[in-house]
Design a protein around this ligand. Structure first.
Ligand SMILES: C[S@@+](CC[C@H](N)C(=O)[O-])C[C@H]1O[C@@H](n2cnc3c(N)ncnc32)[C@H](O)[C@@H]1O
Length: 283
């Protein structure tokens, strides 16, 4: 296992994933009832954009860097506000030196009654995550395998909340595991918001994944995708997507608005292609 998210922190894929997560949590926060986040592949929690790994790829510059430099329409700024607040919270001195991963995005939107469970199997990364959330009793960091956590901790006792499955896609069969994991998590928790991130690289694998999810007939399954290259190459990340089961009813329109505005900033060709639509609508 040698995946290190630090190379990619704050890139276009993180922006898409974390804006989706922040929009969902902002929506859940409208009601007082406690929610729980289960982040099965949590990463380090906080990334130094001036660190060696982030600097080596510079991917964040055409991700969070481009978004923070841009002047955006007021309605887009309003939708981005919860995610932008989490980035600001990671930079108490101002500026854009650090980037919050999914655990810190979620934690920045958590209220006193909310709880967060983070799984990370790589010991060094887990230690960094534990340090990043240290002192916050709402958050628990576990060494549990994320796929096992998906069975063991779903549904959570709060019966409100979000599962984020964001594996590194380093091993063969990861798309199949993702489909199986989502389908069985939904069978156990039909009301949960289940989010899965995936790379768009091997388009046949992506199509097979989408078909499998569609065939499972899970109602209210949204897909949100962004391509940053006009042409696909099997060895290059040309885009990414998320499947969201039981999204807030507002999410599809919100993500259409946000991604239409951000695509020209995030895309390598200055255009980008956005797809937001239902794999399976409400029954
Ligand atoms: C894509 S990164 C996570 C990024 C994070 N979700 C975010 O958005 O900031 C995937 C992480 O999963 C970890 N990982 C790999 N296999 C795992 C497993 N079976 N269970 C839990 N974590 C795993 C890797 O060490 C890596 O840190």
């Amino acid at each position: 296992m040698n995946y290190r998210h630090a190379f990619h922190a704050g890139n276009f894929a993180d922006v898409l994933k974390h804006v989706v997560l922040a929009r969902i949590l902002a929506y859940l926060g409208r009601k007082d009832g406690a929610w729980r986040v289960i982040d099965t592949h949590a990463g380090a929690g906080l990334y130094d954009l001036a660190g060696e790994e982030a600097e080596r790829t510079g991917e964040w510059r055409q991700g969070v860097g481009a978004v923070f430099e841009a002047t955006l329409a007021p309605e887009v700024e309003t939708l981005l506000a919860p995610w932008k607040a989490s980035v600001a919270a990671a930079n108490p001195q101002g500026g854009l030196r650090h980037y919050p991963g999914s655990p810190l995005v979620a934690l920045s939107l958590a209220r006193p009654q909310d709880r967060l469970l983070f799984c990370e199997t790589e010991p060094g990364i887990r230690a960094a995550l534990a340090e990043a959330v240290k002192g916050d009793a709402r958050a628990k960091v576990l060494a549990t395998d994320g796929w096992q956590a998906l069975s063991a901790y779903v549904p959570p006792k709060e019966r409100r909340g979000v599962v984020l499955v964001d594996p590194p896609f380093e091993q063969p069969g990861e798309f199949q595991r993702l489909a199986d994991g989502l389908i069985s998590a939904h069978a156990r928790w039909q009301g949960g918001v289940l989010c899965a991130w995936y790379p768009i690289k091997d388009i046949r694998a992506v199509d097979a994944f989408r078909r499998e999810i569609t065939r499972a007939g899970i109602p209210k399954t949204l897909r949100v995708e962004l391509d940053i290259y006009a042409t696909r190459q099997p060895d290059r990340l040309s885009g990414c997507g998320m499947v969201v089961v039981n999204p807030p009813f507002t999410l599809a329109d919100e993500m259409r608005t946000v991604l239409t505005a951000l695509a020209p900033l995030l895309a390598a060709d200055g255009k980008g292609r956005v797809r937001v639509g239902w794999l399976m609508p409400e029954r």
